[in-house]
Design a protein around this ligand. Sequence first.
Ligand code: HDE
Length: 687
Amino acid sequence: MTDKELGKGGEPRQQTTDREKTMTTAQGGPIADDQNSLKAGPRGPVLMEDHIFREKMFHFDHERIPERVVHARGYGVHGHFELTEAIPELSAADIFQRVGEKTPTFTRFSTVAGNKGSFDLARDVRGFATKFYTKEGNWDLVGNNIPVFFIQDAIKFPDLIHSVKPAPDRGFPQAQSAHDNFWDFVSLSPEAIHMTLWQMSDRAIPRSFRFMEGFGVHTFRLVNAEGKSHYVKFHWKPKQGLQSVVWNEALKINGADPDFHRRDMWDAIDAGDYPQWDLGIQVFDDDFADNFEFDILDATKLIPEEQVPVRIIGTLTLDANVDNFFAETEQVAFCTQNIVRGIDHTNDPLLQGRNFSYLDTQIKRLGGPNFTHIPINAPKCPFHHFQQDGHMAMHNPKGRVNYEPNSWGDDGGPRENPEIGFKSYAEEVSGTKQRVRSETFADHYSQARQFYISQTEIEQQHIAAAYTFELSKCQEERIRLRMLSHLMNVHDDLAKQVAEGLGVTEMPEPATPAREPITDLPPSDALSILKNPPNTFAGRKLGLFLTEGADASIVEALEKTFADEGAMVAIVTPHIQGVTLSDCSTRAADEKIDGGPSVVFDAVALVFGDEKADKIAKNKPAQDFVSDAFAHNKFIAWTTAADPLLNAAGVEKDEGTVEVSAKNADDFLQSCRKLRFWEREEKLNWE
Ligand code: HDE
C-alpha cells in the first residue's frame, strides 16, 4: 500500500470511484483528500488557502444551537393519528371529520428541568407534545404527562423554572427538584402544592414514555361549523397501560443507562412494537363550568373523569424513528398558538402566556422567523402567504405581488377564504384592566387532597417518601417546615409521615389557606396508577440471567412464552461471549452481568447450570442483580442452581419468587402480568 492510500494514522482510506457516493464540499465540489490539510511541504505550515479545511471546520464550529430553556432533553418519534369517532357536531376541525382517516404526526417526549445531556429518570414532569400535520394546517397539542400545572399565571413561569434549574452561583444541582430553591419557591406559592403531589408520586418516574398518559392540561374550546363552542380537555391514554419505576430503581437506572427512556422507545419501534395512545376528550358546557367546584380556566385543577367521562375519538400510533436526531427532534418547534379551525383557546392565563412564549423562544433557538421552512415544522398541506425574506428563507412568494389587497386578479396570489378560514370563537369579553388573580383560583389544597386519597396505600407511601427525600435535601429548616405547613392542609396522614421522615417532633402551624379547602371531594380512581393495572406483560422486558450449562428446555420455554406475550427477552450472562446450554446450543449475550443490572428489566429469571454456581454467588454485580430485583418488588424466576446466589443476595423467597421449570413458564408469566409483587414492599424496611 502506498503512502497516498493511507490516512494520517496509517489506516486504509474508504475511497470510491462512484460519483453518487463521492464526498463533496457544501458547495458540491468533489473532495479527493479529507484526511490531510493543505500544507507547504509535508511538515510545513497549513495554508490559509485550504478551502476544504476551512469550510469543514467553520461548519463544525457552528453545530450547536441553544438548547430549549425547558424540556431540553427530549426524544421525537413519527407516527399517525387515526380518527375512530367523528365529532362534526362539536368541532369543525378537518382532522375530526372522517373516521378511519390518518393524519401524520410527530411527537416529542421530554423531561423539563434537566439539560440536554441529563439523565432520563429524573423525578420530573414529562413533556408529551404532538404536532398533527392536518389537511388544514398544523395543530400542536403541547402537553405533559401530568394533567395540572404548578402555576396559574404565565408571568410566574420564569421564576418557577429558575427555582428548579441549577442555582445560578454554583451551577448545580442538575435535573432535580430536591433542593432549597425549588421548595422555597413552591412553599411560597401554594398554588403549586397540588402539582407537587403528582410530582412526588410515581407519575414523575415513568417506566418509559410508552407507559404514561398525556394531558393537554388547559381547557380548550371545540367550535363547530355553526360557531357553537364546547369546552374540552385533551387526554392521551396509553394502550400499553400505565407503569412507573420505584425511586431507588430510578436512581440506579440513571447510572446504569442514562438513556433508558429514549433507548426503550427506539428499541420498541425498531422491533415493530409500535406504541399507541387513545385520544380522549372531556367535553363540557358553560352550565357545567359554572357549577364545577373550581374554575375551569385554572390550570392547577383537573376535572375528575368520574365527573366528566373521557370519550375516546382516535388513536395515535408511533411507528417510525427519526432519520436524524438534530434535523427532526432538535429542530421541531412546537407552538401552542398552532391551532386549526374548529379548535380554540380559552382565557386560561397560563395558556395565553404560552402562546407568546413558544413562538418567541423558537426564533431565538432556531435563529429566525423561517423555522417553519424546516421540513419537520412545515405543514404537509398546501400553504400560500405573503411572508417573505429573513434568515434562511427557503420559499418566497412567486410573481410580482407580495401584498394584499391587490388588484392583479388571478395573478394576485393567495386570497382569504371566509368559508374555511380560521375564526376565533366570538366570546363576549369585557372588564376593567387590572393585575389580579381571580378569587375563583384561590383553592389550593382540595384537589391535592383528592389526589392523595385516590391513591392506593403503596402509592401514598411513595408520595410521603418522595416528599421526605426531597425535603431532606433542603438545607434550610425553615423551608422544610414551610412545606410541612402546607401538607397539613392537604392530609394529616401525609403531613405526619413526612414530619416523621424529617425528624420533626413539633409540627408547625398549618399554612393559612387563601380559601378554606373542600374536604369531602370523593376519591377518583382514574388518578391512581395501581388501581388501573394493564394485566399484561406485553411491551415489557424480561432479563434472563443464564450461566454455563443452563437447562435449555427452561430457557426455550421462557423465551417462547414471553415472546408470545409480546414481551422482549434480554440475555444476561457472566461474560459477553454468552453461554452454552445443557443441549450444547448457545445463547449470545445481550449484556454482560455488570452492564445489564436488573433495574433495566421488568422481571428477571435466573436459569443457572450447576457448574460454578458458588462462584457466581460471590459475584457482586450478580448479587446486586438479584437483591435489587427483590427490593424493587420484581417477580423472580429461579432454578435450584441459583440458590447460592439468592442466599448471598439476602432473598427470602416469597410468592413473587417462582421456581421455574420447562412446564410452568406460563405461571411465571401470569405473575409477571401484575408487573410488581407489591405485597413484598410492606415487608421490606426502607427506613
Ligand atoms: Fe412549556 N415551554 N411553558 N409547558 N412546554 C416550552 O418552548 C412555557 C407549560 C411543554 O418537545 C418552551 O419550544 C410557559 C405547560 C412541552 O419541544 C417554552 C409556560 C405545559 C414543551 C415554554 C409553560 C407545557 C414545552 C421551551 C407557562 C403542559 C416541550 C422550548 C405559561 C401543558 C416541547 C420550547 C418540545 C416547552 C414555555 C407551561 C408543555 C419556553 C411560558 C402548562 C411539552 O416556550
